[in-house]
Write a protein that binds this ligand. Structure first.
Ligand code: SF4
Length: 364
């Protein structure tokens, strides 16, 4: 079946608002056509550099400008990452995603270390993914050579609502990063967050932006906002399970081949709610008691749920193969010492400014 790319916001909003039983039936039918409905991938998200981020993403406790309880840490060592990856593998994860709280990748020793982490996890026969902020084409090629399987860079929301969430980087730059990754054989992972105060049209708008990419992203994480005290979104109301199910089902319908990842916000979902998300087309979860900095269900609880639902853990590389890593000394794509000028829209977001002021007062 041919994949449709030219979705409109109206069409997707209409799907999102279908009677729930009809929506579920349609999504589950698409899901069965393209995926094994009885397997779910388990991934582990590792925060390799936490906190102190210069960006102002209104949902994020890692932004240095807000007053949160996050304990920051410098870049982990390759050995620490290897130990955590082995632990994740032993508990059933087939994919490790390494996240660093950076605005963008900078050529230099820290990036060289990350490339070594990629090589190390690649050799453990696990899918290796990174989320490091914006990347240039050469940096994406260096990650590809190191043996990266996927690069994550979320669009977060629609282009229209994005202006209410982030002022320090532009939507265009996000798309440019995805485009740079697409010039390599690294797969693209990009999704967003619901519950940030956006309208249903914005949820559809984000899916339009993702579905129009050709090829569509191989992986789309759907997060429910976990409001964290001290961030501009601390008072946002949590989304209902119905909204999450609708978002997962709609994503599945418009991006049939994609791995849909049920990401942040699972601690607030019942087992039944999660089961409904799997039925609607979610085929990946993140394991471990922390998702970067927010709480996540314990892996033993997840395995118990899989048992109850008769789900199997998906093996690595079922969708794509992973290239062998090239050692640093043999790599063709060396550091260019790039200093790319990513944009800074710099518009004022009232609630972000208020959260920053609060921090200043708390520090004084
Ligand atoms: S979401 Fe990423 S870029 Fe934005 S503030 Fe948090 S760590 Fe920084």
């Amino acid at each position: 079946m041919e994949i449709k790319h030219h979705w409109t916001q109206e069409e997707i909003t209409e799907i999102y608002n279908k009677p729930l039983m009809e929506l579920l039936y349609e999504a589950a039918t698409v899901h069965r056509k393209y995926h094994n409905p009885n397997t779910v991938q388990v991934s582990t998200l590792l925060s390799i550099k936490t906190g102190g981020c210069p960006e102002d993403c209104g949902y994020c406790p890692q932004a240095a400008r807000y007053h949160t309880d996050i304990e920051g840490n410098d870049l982990m060592s390759v050995q620490q990452v290897k130990a955590q990856a082995l632990r994740a593998k032993a508990s059933g994860s087939s994919r490790v995603c390494m996240g660093a709280a950076w605005r963008n990748v900078k050529d230099g020793p820290e990036f060289d270390n990350v490339l070594e982490m990629v090589r190390t996890i690649n050799k453990l026969d696990m899918e290796v993914c990174c989320t490091l902020g914006m990347v240039t084409e050469n940096q994406a090629k260096r990650l590809e050579e190191a043996g990266l399987y996927a690069y994550n860079h979320n669009l977060d929301t629609s282009e229209e609502y994005y202006k209410e969430v982030i002022s320090t980087r532009g939507y265009e730059d996000r798309l440019e990063t995805l485009n740079n990754v697409r010039k390599t054989n690294v797969t693209v992972c990009s999704g967003g967050i619901i519950g940030m105060g956006e309208k249903e049209e914005d949820r559809a708008g984000m899916l339009v932006a993702l579905a129009r990419l050709n090829p569509q992203p191989e992986s789309v994480p759907i997060n429910a906002l976990v409001p964290v005290e001290g961030t501009p979104m601390e008072e946002q109301q949590k989304v209902s399970i119905w909204e999450m199910v609708r978002m997962v089902a709609t994503t599945r319908i418009v991006m049939p081949q994609t791995q849909v990842r049920l990401s942040a916000g699972r601690t607030d979902m019942s087992k039944e709610g999660q089961a409904m998300c799997f039925f609607a087309g979610a085929n990946s979860i993140f394991a471990g008691d922390k998702l970067l900095t927010t709480p996540n269900p314990d892996v033993t609880e997840d395995m118990q749920l899989f048992k109850e639902l008769g789900l199997d853990v998906q093996k690595p590389f079922e969708k794509h193969s992973q290239r062998k890593s090239v050692e640093a000394a043999d790599s063709v794509h060396q550091s260019l010492g790039e200093k790319p000028k990513w944009s800074r829209p710099g518009h004022k977001i009232e609630k972000n400014v208020e959260a920053q002021e609060k921090r200043k007062k708390a520090k004084a």
